[in-house]
Design a protein around this ligand. Structure first.
Ligand code: R5P
Length: 288
């Protein structure tokens, strides 16, 4: 078994290697003067079971291309089986035709990964469960839910907790989280105005006087959270916590969230958080 890492999340790849007790295998990534990427596997992988860890984080196109070149190089080097480990599959958000003349990129990228050489994909908390079915190769779709649940179960008095879904689409996911913690569930009526702008109104369920845990798959611009926290404050929640698998934290997410009435934001290391994006309420759990 051999593990390689792309440039998006070297720390996670090294932690995985530490758990398994093997060194990270060597590869070289560089760029030609015309901007083309170049990937070279630096050791033999002939007949090996190979895993490549790469999250599709900013710059997504570069990280995707780096992953595809790595898969292709491994296949050319006669690896026996190649698994693309994609802890955060960003294109899962483009999963349906919700505007005219658009690409369903979640399916296109799934096809590209297979074409590049992936025999299997291992990923975590896809934005929509259905994206699993976009792949024509086997997919292990893992979840960080047990890791995040265990953390809150040790931190809070669960008899005073309500789990909150930020919108109807996330109700199933948050419902599973509430079921695991054995708490009640509230759902917020969210309308997305644009990529970074959301509007919320009604809270379905009781949050008054309770500690609310907002549970979502990812924090991207933070727009959803800002508006959810404001809605929960208005509805009388005692404290607000957040649990989310993928800390994408783009745009003004850090500036906005660090000033909100949030006791703790619990995320995982599927996405590497550079030190300049860390703030006091943010707690990272490992999914290695
Ligand atoms: C929405 O459908 C998702 O579950 C997340 O709530 C969303 O992706 C978060 O995006 P943002 O932080 O930009 O509002």
């Amino acid at each position: 078994l051999k593990i390689f890492s792309g440039g998006s999340n070297l720390n996670l790849a090294m932690e995985i290697c530490k758990h398994i007790g093997i060194p990270l295998s060597a590869m070289k990534v560089s760029r030609f003067s015309n901007d083309n990427l170049f990937v070279q596997i630096k050791e033999s992988v002939r007949e090996d079971d190979v895993f490549v860890v790469q999250s599709l984080t900013t710059p997504v196109s570069d990280h995707l291309m780096e992953l595809m070149l790595t898969l292709d190089a491994l296949r050319s080097a006669s690896a026996k089986r190649i698994t693309a480990v994609i802890p955060y599959y960003s294109y899962a958000r483009s999963d349906k035709k919700d505007a005219p003349r658009i690409s369903i990129a979640a399916r296109l990228v799934a096809d590209l990964l297979k074409t590049a050489g992936a025999d299997r994909v291992l990923t975590m908390d896809l934005h929509a469960d259905a994206v699993h079915g976009f792949f024509s190769i086997p997919v292990d779709h893992l979840t960080a839910m047990p890791t995040i649940c265990d953390y809150f179960a040790a931190l809070l008095d669960l008899s005073k907790v309500v789990v909150v879904a930020t919108d109807a689409g996330g109700a199933k996911r948050a419902g599973r989280f509430a079921q695991r913690l054995d708490t009640s569930l509230a759902i917020i009526d969210k309308r997305r105005i644009s990529d970074s702008n959301v509007e919320q109104g009604l809270v379905v369920g009781n949050v008054k006087g309770l500690d609310a845990i907002i549970f979502d798959d990812e924090i991207s611009t933070g727009g959803t959270l800002v508006s959810t926290v404001e809605t929960l404050e208005r509805a009388g929640a005692a404290k607000v916590y957040v649990g989310a698998t993928h800390p994408v934290l783009c745009g003004r997410a850090v500036e906005n969230l660090s000033q909100m009435f949030i006791s703790e934001i619990v995320v995982t290391n599927t996405v590497h958080i550079p030190s300049k994006k860390r703030f006091s309420q943010l707690k990272t759990l490992s999914v290695a």
